[in-house]
Design a binder for this molecule. Structure first.
Ligand code: F6P
Ligand code: MG
Length: 454
């Protein structure tokens, strides 16, 4: 049940795995320790202070394990729904492996699980999120793009009465393509790569205007946008058409996902949208339930943008109020299966989380957002760039019941597939001419697999 290509590992010096395991992860953990110390300094009650100091000691031990390339030990039973899955995978495949010689994808996920364990075994700090401040802060510094979208989309989406049916269909198609790109490029701002971003950097990553999108479409190296539209436009006829988003990052990316999902609901293309988030802090900026609630509530009640005009603030409130209403009436559903925070790739989703696979198989289309989800779909291995997407994702395309899957991903790591028959030439040319093209987030893929109705 494995692909024929080798998975990337930390000791592969040619891969982004090496810099991530050796430098990025210790940096991220160092910042997490700083955040926790800051919280510690704000505490007054002795039992909470002592409890948090113990969390910090466990973080220091994790830092020593990571920097010293220790062997991967089992996860302590802290009552989370994923402990059995973690320890089964460690026992079965990674006995005796360390951070650098285990597959990169697994070792990196394992680090976030161990970080969670530092808190989950405590008394008062089980749900503490070391990345929360950073997530909220980056959204608050994204005002230009946030208001550009809210001013445009607060007013419910309506087609002009005076145009023909063909013109209406074309307007809808163009809107769909534009918002798919908004949703796609929203993925550029994940925080694990952009430590200490300036406001200018955030702005340049988040421009959302139409001209800009036309220019960026040429950076979509594997582009199934038109096939995607062909699939989605047929959904309107279905009673109960359902679209799922396996979410990636909180803040601005989630906001873009919601703008897109709002359009899918308003246009009648989908009757229901289900969002899948993480149960605890994951890969720095991934969405947890708290991030989800924070976004909707800060839009409606928050004072996050003191410099905004009243019209801008009102547009954000209206958008947020509409989204909260979707949630109340069940058109939007937020959920968080334990499988999403494990080290398994999605090649194992059908066998290790059959309930989740069955649940997804009932969806008409499942969007997987971002780089990590793409790595998990493709097994994070050295597949040639010409590999067709449905081959690269194995059982997620071929197992009976596999849903239609679409990966919306800006390219931020080694694995690149789905570039078409001349994909290997394209990749070789970029390797020669633009070193770093696989980690810059400048390029993207929009790849579709038709699935296999069960
Ligand atoms: O650190 C590895 C990684 O998965 C990269 O591939 C990517 O840079 C980042 O973490 C997460 O990106 P995303 O939020 O888009 O999944
Ligand atoms: Mg992420």
């Amino acid at each position: 049940n494995n692909p024929p290509w080798p998975a990337f590992r930390g000791y592969h010096e040619y891969s982004f795995a090496h810099a991530t395991m050796g430098v990025r992860l210790p940096t991220i953990l160092g910042k997490a320790i700083d955040d926790t110390s800051r919280t510690l300094n704000e505490q007054s009650a002795e039992d909470r202070v002592i409890d948090l100091v113990e969390c910090l000691e466990r973080m220091d031990a994790l830092m020593a394990d990571l920097s010293g390339n220790a062997k991967l030990r089992p996860i302590i039973d802290d009552g989370e729904g994923d402990v059995a899955l973690w320890n089964k995978e460690i026992a079965k495949y990674f006995q005796g492996k360390d951070f650098m010689n285990a597959p990169w994808l697994f070792a990196e996920a394992y680090k976030y699980r161990r970080l969670h364990e530092c808190f989950s075994v405590s008394k008062h700090w089980k749900d503490y999120d070391v990345f929360y401040r950073q997530k909220c802060d980056t959204f608050s510094r994204s005002s230009d793009a946030v208001f550009e979208l809210s001013m445009r989309f607060a007013e419910p989406f309506r087609q002009s009465e005076t145009i023909s049916d063909e013109e209406k269909a074309e307007a809808e198609r163009l809107m769909f393509l534009e918002l798919t790109q908004v949703c796609l490029w929203g993925n550029s701002t994940d925080l694990s790569l952009l430590i200490n971003m300036t406001e200018e950097q955030i702005k340049s990553l988040q421009s959302t205007g139409g001209d800009h999108l036309a220019a960026t479409e040429k950076n979509i190296l594997g582009n199934h946008l038109n096939q995607l539209w062909d699939s989605v436009k047929d959904l309107r006829e279905k009673t109960g058409g359902r679209i799922d988003f396996v979410l990636d990052n909180a803040g601005f990316e989630l906001y873009c996902d919601c703008v897109y999902a709002d359009f899918l609901i308003q246009s009648g293309l989908a009757k229901q949208v289900r969002f899948h988030g993480k149960r605890y802090p994951w890969f720095v900026s991934d969405v947890t339930r708290k991030d989800w609630e924070w976004l909707l509530n800060t839009m409606v009640y928050g004072h996050l943008f003191p410099k905004a005009t009243e019209a801008e603030r009102e547009s954000l409130r209206r958008l947020g109020a509409r989204w909260k209403q979707y949630e109340k009436d069940g058109r939007w559903v937020y959920e968080q299966h334990p499988f999403w925070c494990t080290g398994y790739t999605f090649w194992d989703l059908h066998s290790e989380a059959p309930d989740l696979f069955l649940h997804l198989s009932r969806s008409d289309l499942v969007f997987f957002k971002g780089d990590l989800n793409h790595r998990k779909l493709t097994y994070d291995c050295a597949a040639p760039a010409s590999t067709p997407f449905d081959v690269a994702i194995g059982p997620m395309a071929s197992a009976p019941g596999a849903p239609k899957v679409c990966s919306l991903r800006t390219i931020k790591s080694d694995v690149v597939v789905g570039l078409g028959d001349d994909g290997d030439t394209i990749a070789e040319k970029l390797d020669k001419e633009e070193s770093g093209w696989k980690i810059s987030g400048k390029y993207a893929v929009v790849l579709l697999s038709e699935g296999r109705p069960g």
